[in-house]
Design a protein around this ligand. Sequence first.
Ligand code: SF4
Length: 360
Amino acid sequence: MTVIALGVPTVRRPADDPGVHGPAPATGPLVDTYGRVATDLRVSLTDRCNLRCNYCMPAEGLDWLPREDLLQPDELARLLRIAVTRLGITSVRFTGGEPLLARHLEDVVAAAAVLRPRPEISLTTNGLGLERRAAALARAGLDRVNVSLDTVDRDHFAAITRRDRLPDVLTGLAAAKAAGFEPVKVNAVLDPVTGRHDVVELLRFCLEHGYQLRVIEQMPLDAGHQWRRGASLSGEDVLAALRPHFRLRPDPAPRGSAPAELWLVDTGPGGPSGKVGIIASVSHPFCGDCDRTRLTADGQIRSCLFATEETDLRGLLRTGADDDAIEATWRAAMWGKPAGHGINDPDFIQPARPMSAIGG
Ligand code: SF4
């Protein structure tokens, strides 16, 4: 029997090595004390969402951020300019909450698209409303779209998201493809009970429609702090569920810093083929190759999804700070980036902000 293992990149400096380091470098790439370079900026545009996925939000929703705390389009445009022209950011992904709930999304995409060197611009969305906006987003300069979809079973979808909106998501996916986004990716977090079945149907659906499926291990970022180790499906569980139905081979292309371990999928003679990605963030962390920096909808820099500290840029923006001061503050925030999420450490502390308020 062939044993197929998921890759485990390593941190360049051990997490318990205090190292020798002073203040953050004032110029050059956006580095941290472990030698990692952040080139990928995740921008959350809102903490609101029109679904209520049970692994993310309670049924009644959350206390949303006050509107006056959210960054305005001109503030976002300024931070994007600083990130790209001063800090070496080469890709920008807009997230939420649900970023399609931000009316200014097209404007912010356009503000990113005029920057030079032009960053790659992408969007992670639940797909609701994408049908109406996909073409305008493409015109504004959006390059790629990831749609979150955990199942193509309508009842399972309604149970997971607490909303019966599967047909609208499928329409949104089709609109993304028609608008020319390539590839259109589907991000799935599997339900612990129905996920083994859901993932088989979901992969079939994605292969038939030309979408690229990426299955993401559930992480402890739920608002209710209900996540329990072993209660969710691991990357290995997902592969075990898929193997009886598909021929899977590791993608020989180099992975680089990409979080997804890619597999080539073959459904047999005459059937569709494609790729599936497994993002084993919990069981096989890729923090040693992390290239991300995050900006929350209320203007806080988070060096890591699981950071317990944030650095306020909104206050600087609104008190007249110049670009040099904002750049230096952003650099200092990233310099202190932790080695990794620490989920597997006994003293792990879940961040106070849930995923919906951080941005995925
Ligand atoms: S947990 Fe933090 S360090 Fe690890 S990949 Fe995610 S953002 Fe990067």
